[in-house]
Design a protein around this ligand. Structure first.
Ligand SMILES: [Zn+2]
Ligand SMILES: [Zn+2]
Length: 445
């Protein structure tokens, strides 16, 4: 194809564009499709990145319709297109079309990267990807940690959840927070708790979760039916504890928390080595899960509480797998080929053990680059190891020491968009919540 001229977006609406009618032109821009799609033979193109029909300006001079004879590979960034410019006088249609379009090579990597993340994805497109059923398996959103200390107030989480399309957040109290501090870059216990101390503080924190749910009109999920009904239009809360230190070895407190606080998810261990088993960030002293830890798992399975093995050592997880009668959750971590000492990341075998129970591994938004694309890559890496039915999201919002690649739930559609370069909509729906829902339903009657 002989090129007659390079078309610039600034030319549109000017005589230079009209004079190019019928000529072969080249134009660089950003394809617009409802959900990002790998290929398309007919699409709209704009000067700026957008991602959906809602982004398309009404101004027909700002949009070019591209018509190709075969599907063109789009990716997620800018494309350079060549074809025959057709200038149409019909006021109902797009004024400019490029017919017989094909992709031209030579687009710089920089311009492709500049296109991500996509700037918006309206509720309709998000609903296609998640049915409004997304679940965060691990979160301290709402400023729960600081608010429990009385230092700061609770923050609005219902609004960003609605905007981002998140229907449920597993909101965690932190069992050992009175005795844990950052020391040389990692969280460590600074002392042993006093008898009753962590139990008493857990009650303050559980009450905060309830206060947050009440003041933000968020239903608390108690049953599988509650979860099935949960939608992003009125987001819900699953009451969760990060660490079971407040049990202080008393199994009946599992029942108490189930009844009194509607606890439906319990992470066995955290940063303080407790009665249940060994943790990843301190030397092992219990050879994995203790007998009491096993008893807690059996009690959770009997009552209907999801068991979360995050922060536990691989040895703990292995015994938990043989103990549990229901699928396990490992709510917030990431895959590592060569884990460093005291890492919170897990190996492939560790992840496979959780998946073998029919369970789910929630991926953390921590990465060298805090960007939804890196979060999507972390999710995809775990899918490569344990499959698309066993991965979820655990944002640890307001619980991370470093930057997050998903700092607000408002950004969730961007994550869905980033995942769509690799996964089909029904797979994205499972990754963002469907898989967790399956685990919850299996555990909670
Ligand atoms: Zn944690
Ligand atoms: Zn956490």
């Amino acid at each position: 194809m002989r090129l007659n001229g390079r078309l610039s977006w600034r030319d549109l609406g000017k005589p230079r564009a009209d004079m190019a009618h019928g000529k072969t032109v080249e134009l660089t821009g950003f394809p617009v499709t409802i959900l990002p799609t790998p290929t398309a033979d007919r699409f709209l193109m704009m000067a700026e990145p957008g991602c959906c029909q809602g982004c398309v300006p009404n101004n027909p001079l700002a949009v070019v319709e591209i018509v190709a004879e075969r599907p063109l590979k789009l990716g997620t960034g800018a494309v350079r297109v060549t074809g025959t410019l057709h200038v149409d006088a019909d006021p109902a249609g797009w004024r400019y079309r490029i017919l017989g379009a094909d992709l031209a090579p030579g687009l710089s990597r920089r311009s492709v990267l500049a296109a991500s993340p996509l700037f918006c994805l309206p509720a309709t497109a998000m609903a296609q990807a998640t049915d409004g059923t997304a679940v965060d398996t691990h979160s301290h959103a709402g400023n729960l940690i600081r608010a429990s200390w009385g230092r700061e107030g609770l923050l609005d989480i219902a609004t960003p959840m609605k905007k981002g399309g998140l229907s449920v957040a597993c909101l965690c109290i932190v069992a050992d927070s009175p005795i844990v501090q950052v020391s040389s870059g990692r969280l460590r216990p600074v002392r042993e708790p006093k008898p009753g101390e962590l139990y008493d503080f857990s009650k303050v924190q559980f009450a905060k979760v309830h206060e947050l749910a009440r003041t933000q009109s968020m239903p608390i999920v108690r049953t599988a039916a509650d979860l099935r009904e949960a939608r992003a239009s009125q987001p819900s809360v699953i009451v969760t504890s990060e660490g079971a230190d407040w049990l202080e070895g008393n199994i009946e407190r599992v029942d108490e928390a189930y009844q009194r606080w509607h606890l439906r998810q319990l992470q066995l261990v955290h940063y303080h080595p407790n009665e249940l088993g060994d943790i990843q960030t301190e030397p092992s002293v219990r050879s994995g899960l203790t007998d009491f830890g096993a008893e807690v798992i059996r009690r959770c399975n009997a009552l209907g509480i999801v068991v979360d093995v995050a922060h536990g050592t691989f040895e703990l997880v292995k015994r938990a797998v043989t103990t549990a009668a229901k699928p396990l959750l490992l709510s917030h971590t990431a895959l590592s080929d060569r884990p460093k000492p005291w890492t919170r990341l897990i190996t492939s075998d560790h992840a496979r053990a959780v998946a073998s129970t029919g369970g789910v591994v929630g991926i953390w938004p921590v990465a060298d680059v805090a960007h939804v694309n890196s979060y999507a890559s972390g999710i995809a890496r775990m899918v490569d190891v344990i499959g698309v039915d066993h991965v979820g999201i655990g944002t640890d919002q307001l619980g991370l020491l470093g930057p997050s690649s998903l700092p607000s739930y408002v950004d969730l559609p961007q994550l869905a968009a980033a995942l769509s370069s690799r996964f089909k909509p029904d797979e994205i729906s499972r990754l963002l919540g469907g898989n967790y829902r399956r685990v919850f339903e299996a555990c909670v009657a």
